[in-house]
Structures are given as C-alpha cells and as structure tokens.
Design a protein around this ligand. Structure first.
Ligand code: NJP
Length: 240
C-alpha cells in the first residue's frame, strides 16, 4: 500500500528518524531525509548501500521556514508528490526550570513546535490539492502527562498535541490524516545520550516506534489512527 508513495522524514540523521526511514524504504516508499547536520547525507548513503533506491537527503533545519520550504520544493521536483510527512525532529533537555535559559527555552520550542508547524504548513497546499496525505508527528508521552525536571520539553509536547488535534479536524474534509506517536523512553541519542548502552537495554527500541509509523501510515483511507502511546514495561507512568 505504501509502495511508490513519497515520504519526507525530518530528523532522519540518526535515532528514531533513521529507523523510520529504513522501515519506510522496506515498504517501497521514495524518501527524502532531512536533518540539520551533514550526518543526514551519510545516513542516506548507508541506506542506499543496503540496496534501497529513491532516497535523497536534504540538509535542513526544521525551525527555519526557508529550509522547510526548500525541502518541500525539492521533494516535489524530485518525486512529484508528497504522501507522508513524518515530523520527527526534536530536541530535549532535562533540568530544573530556574536553570533553563531563555535561549534554551526558545530553541526547544523552535525545533519541537515551530518545526512541526512549518512542516505541516509547507505540505498542506499540495496535500489539499491532491485530497490526500498523512502527517505523523513523533510527539511524546509527556505530551499527555507532566514530569518534573522537564518543564520546557513537556510544554513543547503538550503544544504539539494541541496543534495536531486541531489540525486533524481542519484537514479531515480534504482527506488528510493527522496523528501523533507518543513514546515513553526510547534508546536513542536523545538529550545527549548514546544509543545501545546497557542502562537502556529494557527501553523501547527505535524499531518499535518505526513500526508504529508504518502501521499509522498504512491504515486504510477510511480510517485515521489518531494517536499511539507506547511505553517500556519498566517505565513507571500515570495511566489516565
Ligand atoms: O533523538 P536523537 P530521537 N532540524 O537525538 C534531528 C521524540 N522522543 O531519535 O539535525 C532538523 O537520536 C537530528 O539530526 P541533526 C523526540 O522528542 C524521543 O530520540 O542532523 N533536524 C536527529 O536526526 C523527537 O521528536 C524519546 O543533528 C533536527 C534527530 O533530530 C523524536 O522522538 C522519547 C533538528 C534527533 O535524534 C526523535 O528523537 C519521547 C533541527 N533543528 C519522544 N534538531 C526518547 N528518545 O526517549 C535535531 O517521548 N534534529
């Protein structure tokens, strides 16, 4: 069903985004990988070496409108259509509120919230014209409940939930589906961590999140998967 469809994945240099790219490539999708660093090109090369074709990489910062518009324009020039936008790029840090600088506050909102807004805004005219499309955002379980020592990050993910819910209702009549995937602790490079260290052995794996993306994106056109929340069994979290 996803075969020959076109996806843009932001934050595809490493971590969850890289594995989403791998699994969507396995489905036969044509991919545009975006990341703010040059690492994104290496990731695309790595995937191509494993036999996947139709993958391009574009260095772009999701918090910059020009970069995001360029990403969408180049995708349309290369592949002619956009079926799926995966807003995955995100940053986070965890400290007491009085220790958070205004620059850190701005940065986390610029990437996690402004980036999601800019991505959606840039693909919507095209998706509305085609009367189809999928916008999937990797949000967080802390978009649904709060944690201490992470007020700025938590605030961004609550914002993402509000934005996505409102957008979903706005674009339903155009056949466009909007959903969020809200993981708990995932073993990646997030917040300056390292992927694959023994302390995170029982955390969610990038493969788990990528599978959720494939499931959400493959839902039949009459169905919308609004949200998937997933946690490692070892994580203690409140249940609503
Ligand atoms: O983190 P990491 P994850 N513009 O650090 C890119 C959410 N999440 O895979 O820019 C464009 O390994 C960066 O690439 P580069 C989290 O909030 C995670 O875990 O080239 N891209 C890299 O590819 C986030 O939304 C956990 O350096 C930018 C990627 O983002 C998503 O999962 C739990 C960028 C980050 O890779 C993926 O994060 C949870 C920019 N301005 C939610 N800035 C978790 N790991 O536990 C960064 O609830 N990137």
């Amino acid at each position: 069903m996803l075969k020959d469809q076109v996806a843009i994945i932001t934050g595809a240099s490493r971590g969850i985004g890289k594995e989403i790219a791998r699994q969507l490539a396995e489905q036969g999708m044509k991919l545009v990988l975006a990341g703010s660093s040059e690492e994104v090109h290496q990731t695309a090369e790595e995937l191509k070496k494993t036999g996947f074709e139709n993958i391009i990489s574009i260095q772009s910062d999701v918090s910059r409108e020009k970069d995001v518009q360029n990403l969408v324009d180049k995708t349309l020039a290369a592949f002619g259509q956009i079926d799926l936008l995966v807003n995955n790029a995100g940053v986070g840090f965890f400290k007491l509120t009085e220790e958070v600088s205004l620059d850190e506050w701005k940065k986390v909102f610029e990437v996690n919230v402004q980036g999601v807004f800019l991505g959606a805004k840039a693909v919507l005219p095209h998706m509305k014209k085609r009367k189809s499309g999928n916008i999937i955002t990797i949000s967080s379980d802390v978009g649904r409940y709060t944690i201490p020592n992470g007020a700025a990050y938590t605030a961004t993910k609550y914002a993402v939930q509000g934005f996505s819910g409102s957008l979903a209702q706005e674009v339903r009549e155009f056949g466009i589906r909007v959903g969020t995937i809200n993981p708990g602790m995932v073993d990646t490079y997030f917040a300056g961590s390292t992927q694959g260290i023994p302390e995170k052995e029982e955390w969610l794996k990038v493969e788990d999140i990528a599978k959720a993306v494939v499931y959400m994106a493959s839902a039949p056109q009459y169905m919308v998967v609004d949200e998937i929340i997933l946690h490692p069994l070892v994580q203690n979290y409140p249940i609503a």
